[in-house]
Design a protein around this ligand. Structure first.
Ligand code: C5P
Length: 213
């Protein structure tokens, strides 16, 4: 199977030395890429900047910004059977990054932000992807309802939902607990290491892919 995985945060430039980003470590996406590769699949990992080593046997395409990730995904998704979007893409980027380093002069500084492209939302609608589409949802409330809404809006087959208000799991942690939200039902995968969880998720995604065909 050809599998695309997006992972990590994006960096949205403010000026040549500063950026807007988030706390994503990229661990969940890298563990998934590694688990798919270990299971014999051909994996392309499109990743924002992380401190992680590229997993063995995985093709790696580094990107910086949401726009860069959107372009990379658009270029490669056409030949994929499965696409899993684990990246924590910045929702907003600067309207016009400064070409020179901003000086510390005024007491306040206003940045104008504009929405980034919705990469997961583009998969079906813009890129015409017909394979198995899996997204993540990080929520602090109404986990299943919000994930189900995302599932429908973005044409996903599965949303892997995280409750990010729970301490010790999710963002920047080695552990996670997720709710698998399918069109007709939901299933909890209890708290475990991201490494172990990645193997369970790969099995769930492959089962889904085979059932769909
Ligand atoms: O809407 P929200 O950011 O919660 O959606 C999360 C899902 O959408 C994740 O799978 C994430 O990788 C993906 N996403 C994306 N492009 C964006 C924002 C989110 O692919 N601009």
């Amino acid at each position: 199977m050809n599998v695309l995985v997006t992972a990590g945060p994006t960096r949205e430039p403010i000026d040549p030395v500063r950026f807007l980003s988030n706390r994503s470590s990229g661990k969940m996406g890298y563990e998934l890429a590694s688990a798919f590769a270990g299971d014999g699949h051909k994996v392309l990992l499109v990743s924002g900047p992380t401190a992680l080593d590229v997993p063995e046997g995985v093709d790696y395409l580094p990107v910086e910004t949401a726009a860069g990730m959107h372009e990379a995904v658009g270029h490669h998704i056409g030949r994929m059977d499965i696409a899993v979007f684990a990246a924590a893409v910045a929702d907003y980027t600067t309207a016009a990054p400064a070409t020179r380093k901003l000086k510390k002069s005024a007491d306040t500084l206003r940045l104008e932000l504009v929405k980034t492209p919705d990469i997961l939302g583009s998969a079906r609608q813009t890129f015409g992807f017909a394979g198995t589409l899996v997204g993540f949802a990080a929520e602090t409330e109404n986990l299943e309802a919000n994930a189900r809404d995302k599932l429908t809006r973005k044409g996903c087959d599965l949303i892997i939902a995280n409750d990010v208000s729970q301490p010790g799991i999710g963002f920047d942690s080695n552990h996670n607990e997720v709710l698998l939200v399918y069109p007709g039902h939901a299933r909890l995968l209890p708290r475990t290491s991201k490494h172990e969880l990645a193997h369970q998720l790969v099995q769930a995604v492959l089962e889904l892919h085979l059932a769909k065909r």
